[in-house]
Write a protein that binds this ligand. Sequence first.
Ligand code: NDP
Length: 500
Amino acid sequence: MTAVHVPGTPIIEDGRLVSTSPATGAEAGRLPVATEADVRDAVARARVAADWWAGLGFTGRRERLLRWRGVIARRIEELAELVHTEGGKPVADAVVEILTALEHIDWAARNAKRVLGPRRVRTRLILAEFTGHLEYQPYGVVGVIGPWNYPVFTPIGSAAYALAAGNAVVFKPSEYTPAVGQWLVDRFAEVVPEQPVLQAVHGLGDVGAALCRAGVGKLAFTGSTRTAKKVMAACAETLTPVLLEAGGKDAMIVDADADLDAAAEACVWGALTNAGQTCIGIERVYAVDQVFDAFVDKVVAKAGRLTVGPDGADIGPITMPSQLDIIRRHIEDGVAAGGRAVLGGADAVQPPYVHPTVLLDVPEDSAAVREETFGPTLTVNRVRDVDEAVERANALPYGLGGSVFGRKRAVAVARRLRSGMASVNSTLTFAGMSTLPFGGVGESGFGRIHGEDGLREFGRAKSITKRRARSMLPAMTFERTPADVARLVKAAKLMYGRGR
Ligand code: NDP
């Protein structure tokens, strides 16, 4: 029996987590809820699987991961349809998300050996009689906790890199998107049938909390800043290292020499794709005075043309019904504080949809500017110059991504943004470049997924020195003589004593 409930709100029925479409309420998935003991058992099984998986070596793992990538790619329409049903995301957006995730699996599989594998490191004059060796060894079991808004891209951003590094993964998908999580795990099991190298545990937040305490070697969390703090506190009990990819309130800066058509197009995409439910989504724009009016006109024209609704529309439903109240509050507060809605407004919130909303001149201290809205809304504020834009962009505790449009100064301005990432003359693109690390600063978290840093995040540096000759100048031994020490003093002055 399927109970009647608010479409999109997950429920637990007979020990099963039932996810539903936020647009229609149709059942999308029904998965067993894990108890604390189940989570511990999954981690124990993963420990055994991790040894086997590590034993395959980089080449064996690369082959399996590329096969996993192949299976997902060949069934991309099926997965996109499931993402659409379970989370409400338009199919076209789901395709883009999956494509990006495939690129990350591909890159992680192909580059893990080069980045993490054993290698000699250069020695220096001091200890020249030794060779240095470095490798990154897996943690064993990595726990991955994921959000619902990018249910393929975000967990894969951690899991593919953790797997390529030689770890087994126990994955707790969001309660809103368990079926997508299980689909990824089931496809992995098709290409790695021998051991449960990638497992899912389902349930509400308490299952995530249990995973933090289940003895994993590292915990990779993606979700809100509020939950990130709980995860870090739970992991602190056992000194379990954490990687935290949390929320954001990313800003876009439009300089006087920007291509305004391109800026408006990228702004509308960056702010409104996935109905604005994007951690690195553009939520605030600071446009310099000279171009402000022309830029706003273009944004409003483009955003106003977007369609809102179920199948085939540009903007789908809000996935988490409770978010609708937050979006409405931000719009109402912004307008009450003196902001002007030039598109949409408070009545743009028509559950389960929110129509594009553009607010101008919203005071910097209002919730619409300071808090993560996670809806298809945007504030655009006028600034004197890029210096003022940078100052305002950097005024929040969040620091995830950001965007700068302009010619002469754009890269320099991007470097001044207090954020982990930025895109110049585009929005969100850094997420798809597998060679670039992804992560935030401040309340947006720490640690990096993607790229070489993303691989190193899932391996512990193991350093080895190996003697290759007798020491000419004995230092690290009680058998050194006073004459040796005198020579060490002389060497110290010779090697390091020059200059000021
Ligand atoms: P939440 O923080 O609500 O949930 C994230 C995950 O944590 C879910 O699987 C959730 O389970 C689980 N969880 C909840 N409580 C606990 C707990 N006490 N201990 C351990 N795990 C717990 O985030 P959302 O799912 O709402 O995702 C949206 C947020 O994610 C936004 O803030 C967004 O900016 C951020 N995000 C960040 C990204 C980044 O890379 N920086 C990328 C994508 C999103 P359950 O769902 O069952 O409650």
